[in-house]
Design a protein around this ligand. Structure first.
Ligand code: NAP
Length: 289
């Protein structure tokens, strides 16, 4: 049996085991996938143990993505530029790191490419996930401009400086969280991507923008959050006619890419989407009971 898993701290909430186990079943693969709690500071030693136990690959989640990029013996260009690894493959004498969040995000937007190419994009947030999102947008969609809005302006500026070499003809700017500036940027954006935890379970009543912000019909709004599937931000945007996409799509496609890296097979994403929606509903019922 080929062994896989996800490591994080905490790790018990991850839906990756549900996704991969069901994919193994559907494709008749003799593989296992489990979640493992790996406390900070123990990653290197634990990776040696996983190798000794014959593991083929691991997904890596918070807080280990940056450390995994340092420990891997070789990493993909995307993982190097983003500075984070979310997929490790144990090869003889090598530990290979990839970042499938870049692919996952780009794949989740393929159907709305026309709203992004040569149009302005607004990113809300400048944390770990925003790095993969900025890189994916600049290198795979070429928007006319990309504005990074963050509570802490210096962090947005750091992202702007880091990704400037990849901007090509796209303009790049960083801004603070002032209501007036956000309203202007939202008005002209073909795509708005929310990359902070604001509005995630249990704080589902929170929203990263004021209720007065006006979205519009010629616009796509993505929330990377998928607990809940419809955040307050997505409800607000949808009521004003914008097309909305939940973080579930990125989750599915980043998992599909890891699966392909490890096994060379396509994950049946469309069959698995309702499986993960069911699992999310079960998680919600368990939390509420
Ligand atoms: P992170 O590195 O902790 O990012 C934190 C960002 O959120 C920073 O920009 C921070 O601003 C901002 N922030 C935090 N609390 C805030 C608040 N109360 N008000 C305003 N801004 C706030 O987190 P991350 O890894 O980027 O993840 C962000 C979200 O994306 C999470 O909900 C995560 O679950 C989700 N995610 C989803 C996927 C997927 O596959 N769908 C993948 C990765 C992440 P400051 O710089 O000012 O602190």
């Amino acid at each position: 049996m080929k062994r896989f898993g996800v490591i994080g701290h905490p790790s018990s909430h991850s839906l990756s085991p549900v996704l991969h186990r069901r994919a193994f079943e559907l494709l008749g693969l003799d593989c296992s996938y489990d979640s493992f709690d790996v406390p900070p500071g123990t990653l290197r030693g634990r990776l040696d143990e996983f190798r000794e136990q014959g593991f083929r690959g691991l997904n890596v989640t918070l807080p280990h993505k940056e450390d995994a990029a340092r420990i891997a013996t070789e990493i993909s260009d995307e993982a190097r530029v983003v500075g984070a690894v979310n997929t490790l493959s144990f090869e003889p004498g090598r530990l290979v790191g990839d970042n499938t969040d870049v692919y996952g995000f780009a794949a989740s937007l393929e159907a709305v490419r026309g709203n992004i190419e040569r149009r302005p994009v607004l990113i809300l947030g400048a944390g770990g996930s925003a790095r993969a999102i900025v890189y994916a947008l600049l290198t795979k969609f070429k928007p006319s401009g990309l504005s990074i809005a963050n509570r802490t302006l210096s962090r947005a500026k750091e992202l702007e400086t880091h990704f400037r070499p990849f901007a090509g003809s796209s303009s790049l700017e960083s801004v603070g969280h002032s209501h007036g500036v956000l309203q202007q940027l939202v008005e002209r954006a073909g795509l708005v991507v929310h990359c902070t935890p604001v509005g995630m379970f249990p704080s589902v009543d929170e929203c990263p923008v004021a209720d007065e912000i006006r979205f519009h019909a010629d616009q796509v709004v993505v929330d990377l959050i998928y607990t809940p599937l419809k955040t307050r931000l997505l409800s607000l945007a949808e009521r004003q006619g914008a097309r909305t996409i939940s973080g579930l799509e990125m989750f599915l496609y980043q998992g599909a890419r890891s699966f392909e890296i490890w096994l060379g097979k396509q994950m049946p994403v469309d069959t698995l989407r309702p499986v993960i929606i069911d699992a999310l509903q079960t998680q919600r019922r368990e939390r509420n009971s």
